[in-house]
Design a protein around this ligand. Structure first.
Ligand code: G3P
Ligand code: CA
Length: 283
């Protein structure tokens, strides 16, 4: 077996290349290199559905009570404000933040988010603060897409969100982005439904990952993980977003606590969902 330090010598743009070119099949941290030659480290999932999945980001809610305050990097850290309408803009820029081992304890975004040209996505919901070696087993929900949908949108989320801007008042509730069917690796449609609030369950279909949802107040959200919205109260089950919401809703998990944190009543998502980071992978 190769020593872990040997992983430094590989020149690869993605975990898929590490798997295909160098034959590495062990889950863990590898070095990747961007098109411009910048090296960075991230976690490779080399086992799920054939492996080769690159962790590119995590969305972590540091305080469900914060309303677009510090730590709400995927919406806005600038307060609940229509100026700028795109909040911090991190869904469609080249900013990076966090480190891979802290991906369940804080927001994370590496250069792979915009540099890798991928076909599919995998998503893990991992309880906050779990260490990397337990992410896979600890996850409350894991799934992936298998229809190469990213090809239609430029190969990554950076490009997809240029086509579907996460921006306040960019459109109305009917102007949603794509909803893509998912294959479950842990969990199923029923368990997905139950991660969100009882009232939310009446306005989405489980078994999908959806992009750029818009709610009644014309706030945009980036990702509805595990579901396809039918209704317009997407702030209770979609994450990330613009910098302007109803005053009680702004944040990375915008209004997962509308009927109080973790009560699983009304529109409130379950405590386990609210207290898990959302890890985003490409392949
Ligand atoms: O998204 C829920 C919000 O619009 C208010 O709903 O029924 O609790 O007044 P309700
Ligand atoms: Ca609402």
């Amino acid at each position: 077996m190769r020593r872990k330090s040997d992983r430094f010598k590989y020149v690869a743009r993605s975990c898929k290349e590490i798997l295909d070119i160098y034959g590495e099949q062990e889950d863990g941290i590898y070095y990747l290199t961007t098109t411009n030659g910048m090296k960075y480290q991230t976690f490779c999932d080399m086992t799920t559905a054939g492996g080769g999945w690159t962790l590119v980001a995590s969305v972590h809610e540091n305080s469900i009570y914060g309303r677009c305050t510090v730590g709400d990097r995927w919406s806005s850290q600038q307060g609940n404000n229509p100026n700028p309408p795109g909040g911090d803009g991190n869904w469609s820029n080249r900013n990076t933040f966090g480190v891979v081992e802290s991906a369940t304890s804080d927001d994370y975004k590496n250069p792979g988010y915009y540099d890798i040209v991928a076909k599919d996505m995998s998503v893990w919901h991992v309880p906050n603060n779990f260490p990397m070696e337990h992410w896979n087993l600890a996850a409350i929900l894991r799934y992936h897409t298998d229809n190469s949908f990213l090809r239609l949108y430029g190969g990554n989320l950076f490009s997809l969100f240029k086509q579907f801007p996460v921006r306040y008042s960019v459109g109305s509730c009917s102007d949603r982005g794509p909803a893509v069917p998912i294959v479950y690796d842990h969990g199923d449609r029923e368990s997905t439904r139950n991660l969100y609030g009882p009232r939310s369950r009446n306005e989405f279909d489980p078994g999908f990952i959806s992009f750029r949802a818009i709610n009644n107040e014309r706030a945009a959200m980036a990702i509805c993980s595990g579901v396809k919205p039918r209704g317009c109260n997407t702030e209770h089950y979609c994450i990330g977003g613009t910098g302007y919401f109803h005053k009680d809703q702004c944040g990375d998990f915008p209004s997962f606590d509308w009927d109080r944190l973790g009560r699983e009543q009304g529109w409130s998502a379950s405590k386990e969902m609210t207290e898990s980071a959302v890890l985003l992978f490409y392949r």
